[in-house]
Ligand binder design. Sequence first.
Ligand code: UDB
Ligand code: ZN
Length: 184
Amino acid sequence: MFLMKDIVRDPNPVLRATAKPVEFPLSEENKQLAHDLMEYLIISQDEEQNKIYKLRPGVGLAAPQVGKSLSMTAVLIPDENNDIYMQEVLINPRVVSHSVQSAALSEGEGCLSVDMEHHGYVQRHDRITITYQTLDGSKHKKRLKNYPAIVCQHEIDHLNGILFYDHINKDNPFTMDEDGILLG
Ligand code: UDB
Ligand code: ZN
């Protein structure tokens, strides 16, 4: 299992590399990686277990964040009732289309790999369509909006060497597009 010490921190160059596509059938090593990424999220969101292992509760964790430059990310996204909205290991994910309308979390963003705080609105697309593969190699297409769309954009950015603060306007961190919406 992954612990906080295994999570690579900015400015490690692996966080700025373009992740390699994952090939199918999945190697045993990559199956284990997929399992371990999701395991981190599950344990980190469990109030008893995250205390024991001192894990920071995460909604997404991408392979480059554990030092593997591979196009794979796990997401475990709760809904308003704290039920599971989306639990998936996304392999070779891509944003294939997106809304013109932008969105940002009103509280800004953080990252398990970024220890420094960066205040400001992280402007993203409010709605996206992604394609990805799952563990068995099957191909999927999914439409996402609002918070789940933000999380998936943050994670897919990791596979392209992009960190959340790259999207914050340097001169005016709290600017938003004309018709952009604030979430949360
Ligand atoms: C997070 N957590 O996981 F709904 F368990 C952030 C951190 C950086 C503050 C740990 C988070 O948003 N909290 C959260 C929300 C829940 C349930 C829960 C925890 N990430 C993931 C990350 O760094 N992935 O690379 C940062 C988020 C900022 C916007 C989307 C992802
Ligand atoms: Zn992150």
